[in-house]
Design a protein around this ligand. Sequence first.
Ligand code: GLY
Length: 325
Amino acid sequence: MLPVVVVHGGAGHVPRTRAEQSLSGVCSAARGGYAVLRGGGSSMDAVVEAVRILENDPHFNAGCGSVLNVRGDVEMDAIVMDGRTLSSGAVSAVRNIANPVQLARLVMDKTSHACLTAGGAQQFARSLGVPEVPQESLITEYSRMRWKKNLAPDANPVECQMGKMGTVGAVAVDREGNVACATSTGGMLNKMEGRVGDTPCIGSGGYADNQSGAVSTTGVGEAIMKVTLARLILFHMEQGQSVEAASDLGLAHMKSRVGGLGGVVTVDPQGRWAARFNSLQMAWAAGQNGTLHYGLYAGEDFTQSMDPDQDPDQGHGPPPAGVRH
Ligand code: GLY
């Protein structure tokens, strides 16, 4: 069962034209995270690597490709949490950083704090020599187009709803049975300047505890925070629920109690895993026992071998390339 890594590319509605790229992106991230684990790396190393890959992929709402706030700027949030020690690190409302997940890890490793925000996080990055990147390098044509479209008074409500989602994240268990989570996001399309969502908040955007498991969440941040979704799911696991049942109970509670939609990836310390969502879609992928699992719509679980001798691109993209379970 061990090791295992599970990643998501955000719950919501993936337009048909971007579905293949989303699946390809989550599969690459799961492969990257799994390679770290297979090489003997820790679950923390694996989730940071998987999320770094997703941040660098312009098809996701994190790092390059982040949605824009109401002023047309990129402000990003990220968190990491280590299930061995319950140590965590987070950044919120950071600008000009290519990989906020790596900065979140530095907050965990190099400070006694849990979260640094905005200018303070920027200053911390500078003090460690983390390079600043021009904002333009984080903005895609697609994110600018959606920003303009959603500013319009006749904005399409489906587009608006999409804009509330798209966070990326990962959970993993390494050979030693240590769990970890990482989550990163550009937040909500057209959010107010300075708005901080669920992602950098412990227990909302993610949680990891070797005594129960790890969760990374995606969805409408304001709803996720109201129910502390990640911690709620681990509570259900502590009460004896499986990773699937606990994830579904958490998501169902968020929907019935506050009307929130979203998705999660969840592991327990034994390596059992789940990718669950109550939105229309969530691109996800998992690596375990040399096999890559992936899906986009509810009920999908396609597989392909991660044997390095095989074409690494084989099966990425439309589901028929894999085997459905
Ligand atoms: N879940 C991401 C956000 O609302 O910021």
